[in-house]
Every structure is written in C-alpha cells, then in structure tokens.
Ligand binder design. Structure first.
Ligand code: NAD
Length: 364
C-alpha cells in the first residue's frame, strides 16, 4: 500500500534536509505518494503568504505531513507560520522525544524521555495588547474592578488562557502514550504555586485524568526545579507533560542534553491528523551549505513511519541512524568532537550512510 503524505520542504535549510530524508525514505522500500506543498518565504511574492490555504487543505485531505522548518518572516501578519499551522489544524500535542544515541557528543548519558507539550493554548495564543493601546487601558480598568489593583498603563499585556478541555486532551494523550509505549511514569511540570488559575488548573486536571490510569505512575514538579533536575538527573523522567511555553523551552533543554537541535525530532498531533517535523528551525545562515544534520528530520520520519503502521521499517531505520551515529565517520560537523579537524560529511553523504546501514540491516 502506498502512503499519501503532504511533503512541505519549508525554507532555509529545510529543502536540502527534506531532499535527503525523502531519498532515504524511498530507499526503505515503503511506497509513498508525495503531495508536494511549498510553503515559507518563497511563497510570499507569488501567493502573498508563507502559508497558502492549499497547504492546509492538503494536510486536511492526507491527514499526514512531513515538514521542513519555516522561517517566520517579519510583517506578514503571522506571529509564526508554524504556530498558525498547528492552530489551524488543531494539532494540540507536540511530541518531542529526547534520547541519547551513543556516538553523539553530549553532556549527559542515558537520557530516554518523551516530552509532551500542549500546542494550542497558553501565551502562544497570540492574545497580546500593545502598551499605550486603548485595549490596555480598558484591561487595566477591568482588572482594577475585579482584583482591586492593576498594572501600569505603559505595560504590554499577553494573555495566558489554559482551559480544562485543552489540558484534559493533552494529559490524556501523555497517559495513553505512556501506556502504549511501555513507559511507566508521567510527570506534569507547572508553576501552580504562583499561577493558581492557569498552571493550577493544568495540575488539577492532570491529577484528575491520572486517576483513570492506575497502572501509570504520576507525579508533578515545579518547572524551575524541573530544569535543575533535568540537568542533574534526567534519567528520573520518562514522560513529561507541560503547558505550551514551558514545553517549548524545556524541549530545547532536553535537545541540549542529548546532543543538540541536530538530533531532536518532533511530531504535531491532533485527532486523526499528524505533522512530523524536527524541533530545529530554518537556520537561514546555513541555507545552501549542504552540511546541516539530517538526523532530527530522519528521526521525525521514523515517528511518521510508526504512525503510518510501518513499525518494522521505522525500527530498522532508527537502528541504521544509530549505527551511523555510533560509527561517527559519515556524520555532519556538529556531531564531530569540537577538536576534529575535518568538515564532517555533507547532508547527502550522511543520508547515503544511513541508506547503506539500512540496506545492510546493521544494528549498532
Ligand atoms: P534554528 O533552530 O533555525 O537554528 C539555531 C542554530 O541551531 C543554528 O544556527 C545551528 O547552529 C543549529 N542548527 C539548527 N538546525 C540544525 C541542523 N539540522 N544541523 C545542525 N545544526 C543545526 O533557530 P533560530 O535561528 O532561532 O530560528 C531560525 C528561523 O526558524 C526563525 O525564523 C524561526 O522562527 C524559525 N523556526 C521554525 C521552526 C519550525 O519550522 N518548526 C522551529 C523553530 C524556529
């Protein structure tokens, strides 16, 4: 059976990474029917937007997408193309595994956790009011009426809505994911001691949901302590579930623990719809270098293969990537020790090595 997948090369370093990963996926023998959908900076002159409606239509029809990063251009009306895409398709889960692969230079060993970030609410909703605006004056008066004190009129204001329904669905996903992926422990990160009606709600709803999963251990941690614990003893965590902003920040911290953005995959998931993409952005300064690390997108592609029911191929492809990483020869510069004199492999050379390891069925 052929899988029809929306393929979004993105911009910056996206197209060169997508080309290498597409070639690798085709070499696995799985049949794909790619629905190529350009998005990003190149679409602005011709279509007036970096996110043309045809891209969303294609994803709605195909239900699965593989996406390169997209630069957020200044002054097009979107705060972020990526945030808008997640909002428009209600991709409410952002799944970001962080796993140590031997061979990758990293500060800490034996990390294997999955971060589940709420993807649609919180400060990312873009409900912002500029300092000096009428809206800020009205908000200030409203707050004074309800709270008996208010904020200065020269403040800018960003709203942080966190809902019961939005929290329930992402926490339920984390608990189900733990169950179905042989993980045994879910931890919710929050700042409920300070923000009782937002983070407090997130924690309360998470506790309620966890009662329905007695086979999954559940606890919580204040997010600043979580940063400390992750740096000192990340092995104590299995599945983390976090509101949007903390999830964004902590997932970069987790990427750093396992070797950097070049090895950090991700998936945006909704009900019956999924878009797979690396955690990293479009790194415009490196566009055209042909030397960026394809690992994050390759590992995102293994998540996609599993989602498509191609578990055996996904496992074999992940083992092939792991083999290339542990050998350390055909890897890009960011995966070489800082003292290494050579330039490292090109993106395409690294993909060639992964394809060869896949074909040979080599395990690390
Ligand atoms: P970035 O992730 O693009 O780059 C930060 C640094 O990480 C780079 O300078 C590079 O040193 C390193 N890096 C990133 N990807 C790498 C790879 N594959 N291999 C090796 N090294 C890699 O972050 P940024 O510079 O903050 O963002 C650039 C643009 O990307 C912005 O417009 C931002 O909005 C956008 N962005 C898009 C996404 C997305 O499409 N999902 C995510 C994050 C940022």
């Amino acid at each position: 059976m052929s899988h029809r997948v929306t393929l979004i090369p993105g911009d910056g370093i996206g197209p060169e990474l997508i080309a290498a990963v597409r070639r690798t996926l085709e070499a696995t023998g799985v049949a794909f029917e790619w629905d190529l959908q350009p998005a990003g900076a190149e679409c602005v002159p011709t279509e007036g937007t970096p996110l043309p409606p045809r891209v969303l239509d294609s994803l709605r029809a195909n239900r699965v997408g593989l996406k390169g990063p997209i630069t957020t251009p200044v002054g097009t009306g979107f705060r972020s193309v990526n945030v808008e895409l997640r909002r428009a398709l209600d991709l409410y889960v952002n799944l970001r595994p962080a796993k140590t692969y031997p061979g990758v230079p990293r500060p800490i060993h034996d990390v294997d956790l999955v971060l589940v970030r709420e993807n649609t609410e919180d400060l990312y909703m873009g409900l912002e009011f500029e300092r000096g605006s009428t809206a800020v004056a009205e908000l200030s008066a409203l707050v004074e009426r309800h709270a008996g004190r208010t904020f200065p009129l020269d403040a800018g204001v960003s709203l942080k809505p966190i809902s019961v329904s939005g929290t329930r669905r992402v926490v339920r996903f984390a608990l189900e994911h733990a169950r179905s992926h042989d993980r045994r422990h879910v931890t919710v990160g929050h700042k409920a001691n300070i923000m009782k009606y937002t983070d407090g709600l997130f924690l309360e709803v998470a506790r309620e949901e966890a009662r329905g999963y007695p086979d999954v251990a559940f606890d919580d941690v204040i997010v600043d302590n979580l940063c400390l614990q992750l740096v000192q003893r990340p092995q104590q965590y299995d599945v983390l579930v976090l509101p949007n902003l903390y999830g964004d920040i902590i997932s970069d911290l987790c990427a750093g623990l396992v070797g950097g953005l070049g090895v950090a995959p991700g998936a945006n998931l909704g009900d019956g719809i999924a878009v797979f993409e690396p955690v990293h952005g479009s790194a415009p300064a490196f566009q055209g270098s042909g030397r960026m690390n394809p690992t994050a997108l390759l590992l995102s592609a293994t998540l996609m293969l599993r989602h498509l029911g191609e578990r055996t191929v996904a496992d074999r492809l992940e083992r092939a990537v792991a083999r290339v990483l542990v050998e350390g020869r055909a890897v890009t510069r960011d995966l070489k020790p800082p003292s290494a004199a050579d330039q490292g492999a090109t993106t395409e050379e690294m993909a060639d090595a992964v394809i060869a390891a896949f074909r040979a069925g080599l395990a690390c």
